[in-house]
Design a protein around this ligand. Sequence first.
Ligand code: ADP
Ligand code: MG
Ligand code: ZN
Length: 180
Amino acid sequence: MDGKATLTIITGPMFSGKTETLIAKIKEAQSAGLVTKVFKPAMDTRYATDAIVTHSKDSISAQAIAQSQDILKHIEGVQVIGIDEAQFFDEELPVVCTALLEQGVEVIAGGLDKDYRALPFGIMPQLIEMAAETIYLTAVCSGCGKEATYTYRKSSEKATFLLGEQEIYEARCEDCFKKK
Ligand code: ADP
Ligand code: MG
Ligand code: ZN
């Protein structure tokens, strides 16, 4: 390990610009001449299957993968990897990130810190613990316009994994989140 590769986490509620920030960082690395690759969970089929797309429709190509371990099969010659919607990946992702860092691969991962019940989302808390830097983004509360750090689910569906957009989710501040 050359000790230089680090893990950066981009987190916050839905609509806070996580994907936007991830795309910007990947483009920055590309401009610096680095070889990049972006991964996303195969289950997130909301937009394209071969790209990550922001709510404002900006996009960058990405490989959809079914399991965290698959990332290690697709990184030959890659210097910086991006991972979007990291909260949807399985429990192996922290181990995979450690392996990448040990190989000198820089990792930038975006994902929700909290689910719709405000509980820690999957492996995200572990990744935040491991990260050299965590960028906490906020959205605009759809109730009052203040800073939003929560993702509110408007439907009564109880599954933790429920793909959706504005029709199902909105960003809320703590007060508006608790009002239900
Ligand atoms: P995240 O990945 O955190 O969900 P994105 O990077 O995909 O967020 O998108 C953030 C962008 O979404 C913002 O630039 C903003 O213009 C837009 N946006 C914010 N709130 C909404 C909303 N309620 N519906 C659609 N787009 C939104
Ligand atoms: Mg996103
Ligand atoms: Zn509010």
